[in-house]
Design a protein around this ligand. Structure first.
Ligand code: NAP
Length: 311
């Protein structure tokens, strides 16, 4: 699909479009890894610093994409991508576009079709680290789209972080991104809420963190989630060591403790409501992981009452 084959994959020219905090980190690490790097940004002054480090500053988007076989784009969203690349004309044809902005699977599918219609090889991607961690091999960068494009440009992608190929469906990278961030926010909220709960008795966060995190990893992550993951795929939730009913009671105790201690209780209320839905769906005698069956479907009715509309 590409017109230009890089002479040395380790040092192939790359164009970076979008110089927000993330795009600047990408351009910086590409330069450090020896890639001749061309940059373009809507606000041209943001290229001043990276230009002094050796990046070539393109005057137009067409000039930028023509400079390299691979263009990495890192803008705010897909809408910005269409706006920017619309001015490139045919310059992208036969080249590779790697899109690293965040979005939804539907948006990624639309972008892949948009690229195919224009003769552009397209990889969608998602960056799972903040800008300071870009460039480290252990930093997770997710990619989805045609495998041959990923394989052909793997060395270039590896200069930005550890590339993980997820499959040919272009929506997979942003889907994994949403799923991992979903888990991150739920875990952070779990810890922060628990910290507020013990904080109601003046327990410092550092004291609690030491016990809580050392308990969480072996007992929740390893013994429950890691060991029982195969059961999730089989829909096998034996309740012999503890049932959903028991967990619903536990969530009831947590909620009442929050109320007693004067701590925000929406989060445990929501978890209790979800466990209640699992029981209503016939999972009362199964273990807590049967909540997965609730999560697989869109809610029939809101678990929390929606805000009353303003008159
Ligand atoms: P951002 O604020 O999401 O994006 C800034 C970039 O988008 C700038 O280059 C900006 O150009 C450009 N832009 C926005 N609207 C535009 C438009 N209508 N037309 C042309 N250009 C437009 O900042 P970011 O932190 O660099 O993030 C970029 C992407 O990486 C996002 O999708 C973000 O979700 C993802 N990401 C970021 C992080 C992070 O920690 N920063 C981590 C993982 C993933 P101007 O400079 O001209 O405004």
């Amino acid at each position: 699909m590409t017109n230009q084959q890089p002479a040395s994959p380790q040092h192939a020219p790359v164009t970076v479009i979008g110089l927000g905090p993330m795009g600047l980190a990408l351009a910086d690490t590409l330069l450090e890894h020896g890639h001749p790097t061309t940059v373009w940004n809507r606000t041209p002054e943001k290229a001043n610093g990276i230009a002094t480090k050796g990046a070539h500053r393109a005057g137009t988007v067409a000039e930028a994409v023509a400079a390299s076989p691979v263009t990495v784009i890192c803008l705010q969203d897909y809408a910005a991508m269409y706006g920017v690349l619309g001015s490139a004309g045919d310059a992208l044809k036969g080249r590779v576009l790697v899109n690293l902005n965040s979005g939804t699977p539907k948006e990624a599918h639309a972008a892949a079709s948009w690229a195919t219609e224009r003769g552009v090889a397209y990889l969608d991607g998602a960056i799972m680290v903040p800008p300071p961690l870009v460039g480290h091999p252990e930093s997770v960068f997710l990619y989805s789209g045609p495998q041959h494009v990923f394989d052909e440009h793997r060395a270039t992608l590896a200069s930005m972080g550890g590339p993980r190929y997820l499959g040919p469906d272009p929506g997979l990278a942003v889907l994994y991104n949403a799923a991992l961030l979903d888990m991150m926010y739920a875990t952070m909220n779990g810890f922060l809420h628990a910290t507020a709960l013990v904080g109601s008795a003046n327990v410092p966060a550092v004291t609690f963190a030491d016990l809580a995190l050392n308990w969480f990893m072996p007992s929740v992550v390893t013994s429950t989630l890691t060991e029982q993951a195969p059961d999730l795929d089989k829909g096998h939730y034996p309740g012999d060591a503890g049932t959903m009913e028991m967990n619903h009671h536990a969530l009831e105790h947590i909620t009442r403790t929050c109320v007693e201690q004067g701590v925000h209780s929406d989060q445990p209320e929501l978890m209790k409501a979800i466990a209640g839905q699992a029981i209503a769906q016939g999972h009362g005698g199964k273990n807590y992981l049967a909540v997965l069956e609730v999560f697989k479907k869109a809610a029939q009715a809101p678990a929390v009452a929606p805000a009353r509309p303003q008159p």
